[in-house]
Design a protein around this ligand. Structure first.
Ligand SMILES: Cc1ncc(COP(=O)(O)O)c(C=O)c1O
Length: 404
C-alpha cells in the first residue's frame, strides 16, 4: 500500500467531529483500525467462528488454523525463533503482569533488584511494586535527563550483582523517547540479568527483532498496532517460558486433570487458559499484514518527517514548551502551553475536530519529573498528514488565544 492511500483505508477518519473533519492524534492511546482488519474480524464471525483446539469438525479446524496462523505471523513479525514463544494475552499490561506473577514469583527473593526507568508507564511500575510488597524485592529506578533521555552510563550505574531483571520501555508513551534498548540488553546480560522490553509504543513505529535485541521478554498490545483491543502478545525465550509456572488455570492450559494431579499443556498453550480472544488474534494478524504492506521502515521514515515538521511548527507558538526533547524520538509530542491547563486546551481543540490527549498518560513519575500535572500529547499514526499538523498548530494557537 502507498502512503498516499493509507488514510482512505480508515473509515473512521472520514467522519466529522463537531462539524469538522476529524484529525486523530491519539494513536499512542489506541490506533484506528483499517478496513482490512475490520473485514477480517467480520469475516471470521460470518464464516469461521468456532472454539479452537477442541473440535474435530471442519469449522473448528478452520478457526484453529486462522488463530495459529496469526501466531505464526506474530512470530515472523518479531523474528522470534518459534511459535511456542508467542503467548496471546490481553495486552501489554497483562503481558508484564504475567512475567511478574510467574517468572518473578518463582525467581525473585528478598533483596533482589528489578531495574526500571523513570519514564515507565504505570503498567511497568505497579506489577513490580506488588512483588516488592509480597517478596521484599528492591525496585531500582534509572533517572532520566531533563531532555527525557536515559543515558547508558546512568543505566549501567544502576546494575549490580543483585539485578535479576531489567524491565524497561522501548519507546516512551509520554515523551516519545526511543531508548537504546540493544545496548541496555547487552549491559544487563553482563550482570546476568534478564530483560523485559515494553514494546507497546515501539511496534507500530519501527521494526523490532527480538533475536537481534536478545531480550528475554517483549510485550506489546494489538490496539496500538492498528489491531483490535483485548489482544496483545508476550514474547518470551522458550527455555524461560518452559521453566515458568502457569499464570492462570483452566481449559486449554492443561494436558490432563485428575483430582490428585494436573499436567500442564505444552507451550504456548500453558499460558493461554480458557477460550482465547480468537477474533482478536486473527484481527491482530490482519493488522500485521497491514503494516507490512506499507513496510515498517517506510512508516518509521514517514513518521519521523511528521515529527520533525510538527516540532518545528509547534515551537513557533508563544509560551509552548515541548516536554521530551531527546534526539531519538518516535511520533509523540508532549507539550504544555504557559498559562493554560492541558484539559482546557484539549476541550477547546475538540471543538475544532482535533482529538488529542490531555493527561498524565499513565506515567505520573514523568509528570513529577517535569513538575507538571499533565501534558497535551499529539501522537501520530501512519494515517496522519502534514495538513493534520497544520490544523493542530492552528487549533493550539486559537485555544491559547482564548485562554491566555
Ligand atoms: C509504554 C506503554 N506501556 C504499556 C501500556 C499499556 O498498554 P495496554 O493498556 O494496552 O495494556 C501502554 C499504553 O498506553 C504504553 O504506552
Amino acid at each position: 500500500m502507498n502512503l498516499s492511500d493509507v488514510k482512505d483505508a480508515f473509515p473512521i477518519l472520514k467522519q466529522l467531529e463537531n462539524g469538522q473533519p476529524l484529525v486523530y492524534l491519539d494513536s499512542g492511546a489506541t490506533a484506528q483500525t483499517p478496513v482490512s482488519v475490520i473485514d477480517t474480524i467480520a469475516r471470521y464471525y460470518r464464516e469461521e467462528n468456532a472454539n479452537v483446539h477442541r473440535g474435530v469438525y471442519g469449522l473448528s479446524e478452520r478457526a484453529t488454523d486462522a488463530y495459529e496462523g496469526a501466531r505464526s505471523k506474530v512470530r515472523r513479525f518479531l523474528n522470534a525463533a518459534s511459535d511456542k514463544e508467542i503467548i496471546f494475552v490481553r495486552g501489554t499490561t497483562e503481558a508484564i503482569n504475567l512475567v511478574a506473577q510467574t517468572w518473578g514469583r518463582r525467581h525473585l527473593k528478598a533483596g533482589d533488584e528489578v531495574v526500571i526507568t523513570e519514564m515507565e508507564h504505570h503498567s511497568n511500575i505497579v506489577p513490580w511494586q506488588l512483588l516488592r510488597e509480597e517478596l521484599g524485592i528492591k525496585l531500582v529506578v534509572v533517572p532520566m535527563t531533563d531532555d527525557g533521555e536515559i543515558r547508558l552510563a546512568d543505566f549501567e550505574a544502576c546494575l549490580t550483582s543483585k539485578t535479576q531483571l531489567v524491565s524497561v520501555v522501548h519507546m516512551s508513551n509520554a515523551l516519545g523517547t526511543i531508548n537504546p534498548v540493544a545496548d541496555m540488553v547487552q549491559a544487563a546480560k553482563k550482570v546476568g540479568a534478564k530483560v523485559l522490553l515494553d514494546g507497546a509504543q515501539a511496534v507500530p513505529h519501527m521494526s523490532v527483532d527480538v533475536r537481534a535485541l536478545d531480550c528475554d521478554f517483549y510485550a506489546f498490545s494489538g490496539h496500538k498496532l492498528y489491531g483490535p483491543t483485548g489482544i496483545g502478545v508476550l514474547y518470551g525465550k522458550e527455555a524461560l517460558l518452559d521453566a515458568m509456572p502457569p499464570y492462570q488455570a483452566g481449559g486449554d492450559m492443561i494436558y490432563s486433570v485428575t483430582f490428585d494431579k494436573t499436567e500442564y499443556n505444552v507451550l504456548p498453550y500453558k499460558f493461554e487458559a480458557g477460550t482465547p480472544n480468537i477474533s482478536g488474534a486473527i484481527g491482530l494478524g490482519a493488522a500485521i499484514d497491514f503494516v507490512e504492506s506499507i513496510g515498517l521502515d517506510t512508516i518509521a521514515a514517514y513518521e519521523h518527517e511528521l515529527l520533525t515538521y510538527a516540532t518545528r511548527q509547534l515551537q513557533t507558538i508563544d509560551g509552548l514548551r515541548i516536554i521530551g526533547t531527546a534526539p531519538n524520538k518516535g511520533g509523540v509530542i508532549s507539550f504544555i502551553v504557559e498559562g493554560t491547563h492541558p484539559h482546557d486546551m484539549a476541550t477547546l481543540m475538540d471543538q475544532d475536530g482535533i482529538a488529542l490527549r490531555a493527561s498524565h498518560h499513565c506515567a505520573m513519575p514523568v509528570m513529577q519529573h517535569f513538575d507538571v500535572p499533565a501534558t497535551l500529547r499529539a501522537s501520530f499514526g501512519v494515517y496522519n498528514t502534514h495538513e493534520d499538523i497544520d490544523r493542530l498548530v492552528a487549533a493550539v494557537e486559537e485555544a491559547r488565544t482564548m485562554l491566555v
